[in-house]
Each structure stands twice: as structure tokens, then as C-alpha cells.
Design a protein around this ligand. Structure first.
Ligand code: NAP
Length: 487
């Protein structure tokens, strides 16, 4: 590590953040955080025990009444403060994220800016929480409709967007006056620990936001869900874990928001602008090295243009520099760990066995770090494993199609329903297909849908609820109706 890299890692607190204090785990346990570009240890952070998890949740419960009574303007000021500090420290925070997660620095800076936008957006929402006052249809009685915070929340985030996924939950939770315990992924706890410092600096009161880092998430989180002390779970991660947590939440009927896995179809019709479609495919595929829930997972291209599209995409992907994300020239960093690398390798081998042709990439060079080269495969049959599973790597599988109805049916033939992308210059077709696709979001002639003002989320087994936009704060609010006698 360079001197600056060590300084950025050293500056972060590596303990649990409970009731406004930094504390060691009850048994003083720690676990290592690893740089995926080198496979070497960056530092160790506290490994929470179930008792620590309980203490964090009790702190959130104790803080709820006072935080629930803060004014919307006070909370908006805290959120605006977080927006400012994230921007002030963007370079150090981006470097920290690149070190723990691997993505290139420019993308890390982009993610910090994106995370900051959630704080700015929800500063606006905090002061616009609405209600209603109605006259009963039969006259006489009045109906007062108020919004109240759901109460203490459990927030669980994945490793692929270490700051943004936390910001997308914490900002609306704070705006809605909910207290919380957040648990970042064990691979990438440092960004969230850094954010705890920032939230303290901007005046978020002790106990309002608590952070536990843990190696054994299930042992810490399940008792909290079952305790009945939390009123809501907001989870971003895999469908497999989300399904399990939803079952656990059933016992105490917790409110749940789930942002789960995806298997995004990316459809290029014969009338699309090819350069625009290639740009879109690079954005939808290569952001985060393909480690995004929104990543284009199946690229359907009309058979009349698939050869030309494949040539152009392969040329662009082959030219992307791969390496440690701390080098500003790098556009493709390492995958998160060895298991991720092995999964991508086996999915590519399976596709080739099923008859796919490699246009570029296709095999990793052994060495330190978990690097996989940008890869384009064409003629991928729909029974290849990668057509059915999240690839989570820089691999673009091209699948030919001939008819609109055929591609819509193929795109919908998945248990997932997060996002789809459509490239066409025919307005009627664009709207027809966007309506027919079974996904919560559609990118029309664009390869990125993330936006703080958008209701981000999926249908089918990609999730429940929405994050961002006005819907984002609704997830943290209950509706209370007061019936008023007037006679
Ligand atoms: P994951 O394995 O499901 O883990 C997500 C989080 O859940 C981590 O903090 C993890 O902790 C925790 N966790 C694991 N087992 C748990 C348990 N038994 N009880 C409570 N918490 C538990 O997912 P991931 O590999 O980190 O992230 C990748 C997945 O997230 C992909 O499927 C991706 O599509 C999805 N994702 C979805 C969205 C969206 O908005 N829809 C956004 C980003 C990512 P540990 O790290 O300690 O295991």
C-alpha cells in the first residue's frame, strides 16, 4: 500500500458504532478486510457478537422517541450536511472504497457522488412528508391522516456498492425520523464506518444510527429480527438471503423492503442506433465490473445486426484497461473475491460447452488479485447457465433473436424482474415492449437507470418496495388515521 492508501485506511474507525460511541466487540473479536486487487489484508475490523447486535438495536429503540420528535427541518439540515461532507471528502472516500471493493477510482467517485445525492434528495423529502384531512362521505365526521416513522429499522447492505446502498436506506430513514442499525457486507465495511463518522459530525444524535460489522451475519441478525424490537427490515442483497429474511420477518410481521438480485435483459432491435446501443451495453455491463444487480445479463440482439454489434462491442471491451482500481487509467478492477472469480470462470466454460463463441477475453490470467478480462460471447444458447443466473462479472453474452414477441417472451422467462434495457428508434415499439417487460424498471435507449429521484426496485423475485424518489420515504413511514366526531 502507498503512504496515502495506508493513511486513508488508518483514518477509519474499525470498531462497532453503538449509541454514538466506538466500541470493540464484546469478545474483542475481529475479521480481516482484504484488497481484492492483491488478495492481501488491508486491516481488521470488529466482529460483532449477537450481544453487540442486541446492544445496537436497544440503542436504536431507546433513541427512537427523541429522534421521532425532531423537526423535519433539523433532519433535513443533517442530511444536507452529509451531502456537503461526502463531496468535501470525495477523493479519500473513493480511494477507501476502491481499496476494499476494487472498482476503479472514477467509479468510486461516481458512487460517492450518487450516495451524496440520496442525502440531498431526502433532505427535500423530510420537509414534505404529507398527510390529509377529509370530510367523511356521509358528512359529519372528519378523517385526519398523518404519517409517522415506522420505528427502529434493521438495514442490511451488500458489498457491490459499499456507500450508495447504505445511503439509499439511511437517508430516507433519517428523513422519516426512524432510528436504525446498519450492517454492511463483511467484504466492504470501511465505507459505512466512514459514513458513521460523517453522520456524527453533522449532528445525527447518538443512538439514531448504529453500525455493526460482522463475519457471521445470520447469527447477529436473526435474533434481532425475531426480537420484536425492530419494526422494519430493509435489505439489499441476493434473492436467496432476502427470501430467508422475509420468512424470519413473518414471525413478528416486520415491514420489509427487499432489493434483490436481477437477470437484466438488454434488447437491441434492428432499427436501434448501433453506436448508442454499444455505449449502453458498455454502461449496463461494465459498471462495477459487471457486479451490479442492474448489470445486463442477457444481451438479445436482432440476428440481422448481431455480427456487427458483436464486433463493435468486443473491440470496445478488449480496449478497456484492467488492473488495480487505484490506477487512474484502469477501467476494469478485480472481482470481489476468489469465489466470484471461480463462478465467472465456470459460467463462461459452461456457455462455451453449450456452443457459444468467444469474441474477446474468455480466460483469466493466473496471478494475485481476482481479475477477469472483459469478455464477449456470441451465439449463447438460452439453456446456458449464464442465461439463468446472475453472472456478476465483465462477461457479455450475446443471444440472437428474430421477432419482437419472441424476445419479449425470452426476456420474461426468468424468476427475476429488476430492470430491462431496450434499444430501438421506433417509439411505438419502445412503449409496447417497455409495457410488456416484467421488470420494475426499464432503460429506454440508455444503459443506466440509477437516479436518486427514481423509484428503484424490482418485481417478481427481485424484491419488494422501492428505494429513492418519493416512494423511498414511504417505505419508512406508517399511515395513521384519526376519525374525528364533529356533531
Ligand atoms: P448477500 O450474500 O445476500 O449479502 C447481502 C448482505 O446480507 C450482506 O451484508 C451479508 O452479510 C448479509 N447476510 C448474509 N447472510 C445473512 C443472513 N443469514 N442474515 C442476515 N444477513 C445476511 O449478497 P451480496 O453477495 O453481498 O450482494 C450481491 C447481491 O446483491 C446480488 O444478488 C445483487 O443482485 C444484489 N443487489 C441488489 C441490489 C438491488 O437494488 N436490487 C443492489 C445491489 C446488489 P455478509 O457480507 O457478512 O455475508
Amino acid at each position: 500500500m502507498s503512504e496515502r492508501e495506508s493513511a486513508v485506511v488508518d483514518a477509519v474507525q474499525k470498531r462497532l458504532f453503538i449509541e454514538g460511541k466506538w466500541v470493540d466487540a464484546a469478545d474483542n473479536g475481529t475479521f480481516d478486510v482484504v484488497d481484492p486487487a492483491t488478495g492481501t489484508r488491508l486491516c481488521a475490523v470488529a466482529n460483532a457478537t449477537p450481544a453487540d447486535g442486541r446492544a445496537a438495536l436497544e440503542a436504536a429503540v431507546a433513541a427512537q422517541p427523541a429522534f421521532g420528535a425532531t423537526s423535519p427541518r433539523e433532519r433535513a439540515d443533517m442530511l444536507d450536511g452529509a451531502f456537503e461532507l461526502l463531496h468535501e471528502r470525495i477523493d479519500d472516500l473513493a480511494l477507501l472504497m476502491t481499496l476494499e471493493m476494487g472498482k476503479p477510482l472514477a467509479q468510486s467517485r461516481g458512487e460517492i457522488a450518487y450516495a451524496a445525492e440520496f442525502f440531498r434528495h431526502f433532505a427535500g423529502e423530510a420537509v414534505r412528508i404529507d398527510g390529509g384531512y377529509l370530510t367523511a362521505p356521509a358528512g359529519g365526521a372528519r378523517l385526519l391522516i398523518a404519517r409517522q416513522p415506522v420505528g427502529p429499522c434493521l438495514l442490511i447492505t451488500p458489498w457491490n456498492f459499499p456507500m450508495a446502498m447504505g445511503a439509499r436506506k439511511l437517508a430516507p430513514a433519517i428523513a422519516a425520523a426512524c432510528t436504525s442499525v446498519i450492517k454492511p457486507a463483511h467484504q466492504t465495511p470501511l465505507s459505512m464506518l466512514a459514513l458513521m463518522g460523517i453522520l456524527t459530525e453533522v449532528g445525527v444524535p447518538a443512538g439514531t444510527v448504529n453500525c455493526v460489522t460482522a463475519m457471521n451475519a445470520g447469527a447477529v441478525i436473526e435474533p434481532l429480527i425475531r426480537s420484536g424490537l425492530a419494526r422494519k427490515l430493509s435489505f439489499t442483497g441476493s434473492t436467496r438471503i432476502g427470501r430467508m429474511l422475509l420468512e424470519q420477518c413473518a414471525e413478528k410481521i416486520l415491514r420489509t423492503s427487499l432489493e434483490l438480485g436481477g437477470n437484466a435483459p438488454f434488447i437491441v432491435f434492428e432499427d436501434a442506433d448501433l453506436d448508442e446501443a454499444v455505449d449502453g451495453a458498455i454502461a449496463a455491463k461494465m459498471r462495477n465490473m459487471g457486479e451490479a444487480c442492474t448489470a445486463a445479463n442477457r444481451i438479445f440482439v436482432h440476428s440481422s445486426i448481431i455480427d456487427e454489434f458483436g464486433r463493435r462491442l468486443a473491440a470496445r471491451m478488449a480496449a478497456m484497461p484492467v488492473g488495480r482500481g487505484t490506477d487512474e487509467r484502469v477501467q476494469v478492477g478485480p472481482l470481489i473475491d476468489l469465489a466470484a472469480l471461480q463462478k465467472v470462470q465456470s459460467l463462461v466454460a459452461d456457455a462455451v460447452r453449450h456452443g457459444a463463441t468467444v469474441l474477446t477475453g474468455g480466460s483469466a490470467t493466473p496471478g494475485s488479485g481476482y481479475f477477469y478480462p472483459p469478455t464477449v460471447l456470441t451465439g449463447v444458447p438460452q439453456d446456458a447457465a449464464m442465461a439463468d443466473r446472475e453472472i456478476f462479472g465483465p462477461v457479455a453474452p450475446l443471444i440472437p433473436f428474430d421477432a419482437e414477441a419472441e424476445v419479449v417472451a425470452a426476456a420474461n422467462a426468468t424468476e427475476y424482474g429488476l430492470v430491462s434495457y431496450v434499444f430501438t428508434n421506433d417509439l411505438r415499439r419502445a412503449l409496447r415492449v417497455a409495457e410488456a417487460l416484467q421488470t420494475g424498471m426499464v432503460g429506454l435507449n440508455q444503459g443506466v437507470v440509477s437516479n436518486p429521484a427514481a423509484p428503484f426496485g424490482g418485481i417478481k423475485q427481485s424484491g419488494l418496495g422501492r428505494e429513492g424518489g418519493a416512494s423511498g420515504i414511504d417505505e419508512f413511514l406508517e399511515t395513521k388515521y384519526v376519525g374525528i366526531a364533529m356533531d
